[in-house]
Design a protein around this ligand. Structure first.
Ligand code: NAI
Ligand code: MG
Length: 500
């Protein structure tokens, strides 16, 4: 095949893999962004109005796939945080705590409906600002965000039934800080239960992905929510810290790094503020010899490469039973050869852009650490765009429990593989981590599943599937993965006090 082409063409060492790729190449299928309306500058959403930051400071948010600036974003200072908290307090006292629960539900339903109506716009902006493939933002982030508002709207007027005999009451003002991996979805996870339980909100999105939260603010305005019930302020760590330390906040909800989670925990200790933390993870995906191997391989690929591995519950450690290890590894490598890394807006793309240069550097650092630790690194022959922040999907073979790439959260498309012989051995290895957010088990035997789900120290254990989310099921971790649950009935509790 290669010989028929121009003589100048040089054969690459991985020509076989490239041939395989060219046989199955898709024509580009980019989603249009022509319908998306972005302002060149965004202000702070305080008390139902767009307010300039008092100090007049702004930062830029970029498209990580091409490094272009998308918009200038207001940097909220301490005094802006104070304005937002005051607005939330007034709204709580004057309107939101006074209206009936049924009325509250109507507003929350309206937000859900409007997200559905504007789903395409939200999906495109999510992929532009954060780098995730449009397939994911379209099929997962945005519909799940709408579903969260639908689900919690349903609970708003049924809290007495949710907690019979316990007399649930709202807390007041919730300060919410979210990360960049699921910007709209995390905003929904935070805002929907807070509103349903009768609290008002000040939310701060991450500095690299503020746009869908700001679009959500526009939508909340369109939904006619009373002024000040939801306030959205942008900024970096200092803005988040000012929110955490504000004396008039009743509850802090944080999702992000374990490092910042610990800082927040210390800051809140002794203040009487309620707190939930959703932090990092180093999930184990476990394949037994009796597993449906092709399904398991697909699940592992989805579990770690989905959303570039920017997932706190990413299945970043794989444990394969020794008797099927060669087969699984061969199939994993074959499947990795067919993954498409590139333009997040292209509907064929499997792996989009890494969220920021800092995160890409962190991942590259771990690739070096893995090699230096003696693990064998494998990457497919795929091309990656020259501009923007991209990383090839990566496997590490011959890893051991003491390796840093096995112990530490990388938050990138990097999978560390180990083998095991017995159930007891794999339980011990899987639990040997400071984290405990999620795990996956692949086997044909129901009894093995039940045995493992009770012994794995993880908040969520998926069986013969991975990364499945639903607003009705609680999500959260053990150990350094944080505490408190989001989603489901459990997700209402952190926003309530009880008068039993
Ligand atoms: P981060 O924890 O610094 O950022 C998350 C949010 O917290 C952002 O909105 C940020 O502005 C805010 N924040 C930062 N410092 C704060 C402070 N002192 N007080 C209050 N809020 C503060 O995460 P970062 O730096 O973006 O990512 C670093 C690493 O954290 C990643 O490489 C990854 O390993 C992990 N991470 C985990 C996430 C998860 O969902 N478990 C999400 C994002 C990052
Ligand atoms: Mg951005």
């Amino acid at each position: 095949m290669a010989k028929q082409g121009s003589k100048k063409k040089t054969e690459k060492p991985d020509a076989a893999a490239l041939d395989f790729r060219s046989m199955f190449q898709y024509a580009p299928a980019p989603e249009s962004s022509a319908h998306v309306q972005l302002a060149s500058q965004y202000e702070l959403f305080i008390n139902g109005k767009w307010e300039k930051p008092l100090k007049g400071e702004y930062f830029e948010t970029r498209n990580p796939a091409n490094e272009q600036v998308l918009a200038r974003i207001a940097m909220a200072g301490k005094e802006d945080v104070d304005r937002a908290v005051t607005a939330a307090r007034n709204a709580y006292e004057q309107t939101w705590s006074k209206i009936s629960a049924k009325e509250r539900a109507k507003y929350i339903y309206r937000i859900a409906r409007l997200i559905q109506e504007r789903a395409r716009e939200f999906a495109v902006i999510e992929s532009l600002d954060g780098g995730k493939p449009i397939r994911e933002s379209r099929d997962m982030d945005v519909p799940l965000a709408a579903n969260h508002f639908f689900y919690y709207a349903g609970w708003a007027d049924k809290l007495d039934y949710a907690f019979p005999g316990k007399k649930p009451h709202s807390l007041g003002v919730a300060g919410q800080i979210i990360p960049w991996n699921f910007p709209l979805l995390m905003a929904a996870w935070k805002i929907a239960p807070a509103l349903a339980t009768g609290n008002t909100v000040v939310l701060k999105p991450a500095e690299t992905t503020p746009l869908t939260a700001l679009k959500l603010a526009e939508l909340i305005k369109d939904a006619g929510l009373p002024d000040g019930v939801v306030n959205i302020i942008t900024g970096a760590g200092a803005t988040g810290a000012a929110l955490v330390n504000h004396p008039d906040i009743n509850k802090i909800a944080f999702t992000g790094s374990t490092e910042v989670g610990k800082i927040i925990q210390k800051a809140v200790a002794g203040t009487g503020k309620k707190i939930t933390l959703e932090l990092g993870g180093k999930a184990a995906n476990i394949i037994f010899e009796d597993a449906p191997i092709d399904q398991a391989v697909e699940g592992v690929i989805n579990g770690i490469f989905f959303n570039q591995g920017h997932v706190c519950c990413a299945g970043s450690r794989l444990f394969v039973q020794e008797s099927v290890a060669d087969k699984v590894i061969r199939k994993l490598k074959d499947r990795m050869e067919s993954l498409i890394v590139g333009d997040p807006l292209d509907k064929n793309t499997d792996i989009g852009a890494i969220n920021s240069k800092e995160q890409l550097n962190k991942i590259k650092q771990y690739l070096k650490i893995g090699v230096n630790e003696g693990a064998e690194m494998y990457q497919p022959a795929c091309a990656i765009p020259a501009k923007g922040f991209f990383c090839k999907p990566t496997l590490f073979l011959h890893t051991s429990q003491s390796h840093r790439i096995v112990q530490e959260e990388i938050f990138g498309p990097v999978l560390a593989i180990q083998t095991f012989r017995t159930v007891e051995e794999v339980i011990e290895k899987a639990n040997n981590t400071p984290y405990g957010l999620s795990a996956g088990v692949w086997t044909d035997k129901g009894s093995k599943i039940f045995n493992l789900t009770t012994k794995l120290k993880a908040g969520v254990v998926w069986a013969n599937t991975y990364n499945k989310f639903d607003p009705t099921s609680p999500f959260g971790g053990y150990k350094e993965s944080g505490y408190g649950r989001e989603g489901g009935l459990h997700g209402l509790q952190p926003y309530l006090k009880f008068e039993a």
